[in-house]
Design a protein around this ligand. Structure first.
Ligand code: SF4
Length: 639
């Protein structure tokens, strides 16, 4: 007797192969889709790990098409623009055409993407807008024509000038007299009509925070019943970032500059506040050479910080009350929040938070940010999201969520403890498509000079693969040391992270088949280079998090305080997931072939090394460099 298929399985096994020529039925995809269908039927959350090539987006979109209704909204939150574009430009239109479903999909963007008519007009009046005159004219023309007011529709790059005219936290919302014509308000009204809203994780968590801090009276996104976190491996870090309190040297400057030209502003008070702001942050810029360090609680910092709070208050107090309107009040509220946030960081009193300083550059200007970050976000996510009584079902999916087939580490970090779980492998045949090369005689990565000593191994491998490789490091220092050793010894184009923007670097890498890219953390995942240009991935060191990063340090201490082993409960699973992500760069399609080399001998010599190897896809392990050449030659001959 023929098995009766569920409606979802029927689409994968009957409908799609019937209407799409060459459609390939993938059992792993169906397995994931059935788990999602089960979750939706029983109002359960689902954690679904699915290997590269599974076709995750159809595996959740098709089951979700059955729950979509006039009053049922779905949010799909992703980490990357590439995935948002794939969903909105490819996957959703394809399913709409093929299945006759109307997802009514819209992309949600944060405020800062839209032109604020009020700020724009103020800037024009003060003639401070854009130093180059032709830009003034060009944006004027654009404002008259644009229907969206969306920065991405601008025919030119406005650079830092955009920050002076985009919608921001000083927006008084409906109280603004331009609200009817406001681009951001119109975009939000469009979202009200959408069945599926695609957004990024940062916007999603900003909305969640806003709902919480306003007691549910304010939000950026409309109500929703179903939620998908694709690229879910990022939700912990992005949730932590948006749940953190942050005060930077630029924040006050931006706010006070908006007050400067307003009637009734007392310039002496304002300039005094700016001067103290500069002095206060200068202390942090000189205090420590590292880019991230723990917030120092000492007399100088507290004294200057309290002085800054008083100066901000004075600036507001000196205002002529008769000159204060909606706009000024909105800016005053932002200043009040600035003082509250600064006060929280100066006190540094919550043992569940880590207080730290970050030094970076923003548009060639020194940026110093003070953070108060929650150590654990899982309780908040459970309370505000997963078990808030309103969300019917959330689907959390990615290619790398489990360690040793277990999701405990992921759940410990993001919550969602009562979710259904499924893990489906990749449809690729890793045994045939790739080799894992573990050279012998490697230097110990904990010894000085490791990167210099490992350089000849990298050179030998690249000579066998004829370039065509990613060389991935765990630190800039390591990357630069190897770069210096090999820069003039290799015949191919060598590319290095930081020399071009990431998308340009990847385009250049793809265009030159034999080029070699040296990169660190952000290239271990989310980079997709199918085809011959990426035939080799060299992972130089096991990717353990740097222990002197303040967040890592605080997490480790907190785990140890609770009596657990921080290495096995935090450092190791985190590094295993990272290694899986790095490994995953190599095989992106069924046609891809290549080598992954791990140059850290600890995968073989340490007692924890097997955790790394056991978590990689099944494949052939080799220790002889000649086998690399033979494998690649054989694969080339097949072509
Ligand atoms: S509603 Fe807000 S974003 Fe829109 S024009 Fe007014 S101030 Fe600007």
């Amino acid at each position: 007797m023929r098995k009766v298929l569920s409606p979802v399985e029927n689409i994968f096994r009957e409908t799609l192969p019937g209407v799409v020529s060459g459609y390939e039925v993938r059992d792993q995809q169906i397995q994931m889709a059935l788990a999602v269908e089960r979750g939706l039927l029983h109002d359960r959350h689902v954690i679904a790990e699915a290997g590269t090539g599974t076709g995750k987006s159809y595996a959740y979109l098709i089951p979700l098409s059955f729950v979509l209704g006039d009053d049922t909204r779905i949010i799909i939150s992703t980490a990357t623009i590439a995935l948002q574009e794939q969903l909105l430009d490819k996957d959703i239109p394809f399913l709409e055409d093929t299945l006759g479903v109307d997802f009514r999909a819209e992309l949600a963007k944060g405020k800062g993407n839209y032109l604020c008519l009020l700020r724009y007009k103020e800037e024009l009046q003060s003639r401070g807008l854009f130093p180059e005159d032709d830009l003034v004219e060009r944006i004027k023309d654009w404002v008259d024509e644009t229907e969206t007011g969306d920065r991405s529709d601008l025919p030119f790059e406005p650079r830092e000038s955009w920050g002076r005219v985009c919608a921001d936290d000083t927006c008084p919302g409906r109280k603004c007299h331009l609200n009817n014509d406001c681009f951001f308000a119109k975009a939000r009204r469009r979202l009200q009509r959408a069945g599926v809203i695609v957004c990024n994780h940062a916007l999603f968590f900003t909305d969640l925070n806003l709902r919480d801090s306003s007691g549910g009276t304010a939000s950026l996104l409309p109500e929703y019943r179903y939620l998908v976190f694709d690229e879910a491996q990022h939700i912990e870090s992005i949730a932590r970032r948006t749940m953190s309190t942050e005060v930077s040297n630029m924040r006050l400057q931006v706010l006070l500059n908006q007050l400067r030209k307003r009637e009734g502003c007392h310039l002496d008070a304002l300039n005094k506040a700016l001067a103290i702001n500069g002095k206060f942050f200068e202390v942090f810029s000189q205090m420590d050479n590292s880019s991230k360090y723990l917030f120092p609680q000492n007399y100088e910092v507290t004294d200057l910080g309290q002085g800054l709070k008083r100066a901000v208050k004075d600036t507001v107090r000196m205002f002529d009350v008769d000159a204060v309107g909606e706009r000024e009040n909105a800016i005053f509220k932002c200043l009040e929040r600035f003082n509250q946030d600064l006060g929280e960081i100066l006190e540094a009193a919550d043992p569940e938070k880590v207080y730290w300083v970050e030094k970076s550059e923003h548009r060639r200007r020194k940026l110093i940010t003070l953070h108060a970050s929650p150590l654990n976000v899982s309780e908040n996510l459970d309370r505000l999201l997963f078990y808030n009584g309103e969300l019917s079902s959330a689907i959390l999916t990615s290619a790398t969520l489990s360690v040793n087939g277990d999701f405990s580490f992921f759940r410990q970090n993001v919550g969602c403890s009562r979710a259904l779980e499924t893990s489906v492998g990749s449809p690729f045949s890793y045994e045939d498509q790739c080799l894992l090369y573990l050279p012998q005689g490697l230097p110990d990565p904990r010894t000085p000079g490791f990167h210099t000593n490992v350089s000849p191994f990298i050179e030998e491998i690249l000579n066998q693969t004829d370039g065509r490789a990613f060389v991935l490091f765990t630190s800039y220092r390591g990357m630069n040391e190897v770069w210096e050793q090999l820069e003039h010894r290799l015949p191919w184009q060598l590319l290095r992270q930081g020399e071009l923007p990431k998308n340009k670097l990847i385009e250049t890498f793809k265009a030159d088949i034999h080029s070699v890219l040296f990169a660190t953390a952000s290239y271990w995942e989310g980079v997709d280079v199918p085809g011959e240009a990426l035939s080799c991935v060299i992972l130089v060191k096991l990717p353990f998090a740097v222990p002197d990063d303040p967040l890592t340090e605080a997490k480790i201490k907190s785990i140890e305080r609770s009596g657990r082993n921080a290495f096995y409960n935090y450092s190791l699973p985190q590094a295993v997931l990272r290694l899986r992500q790095g490994f995953g760069r190599l095989i992106r399609t069924k046609q891809d072939r290549g080598i992954v080399a791990i140059l850290d001998p600890r995968v073989k010599t340490s007692n924890y090394g097997r955790h790394f190897l056991n978590n990689l896809p099944p494949g052939r392990e080799i220790t002889n460099l000649d086998d690399v050449r033979c494998f690649l030659q054989r694969e080339q001959n097949k072509e």
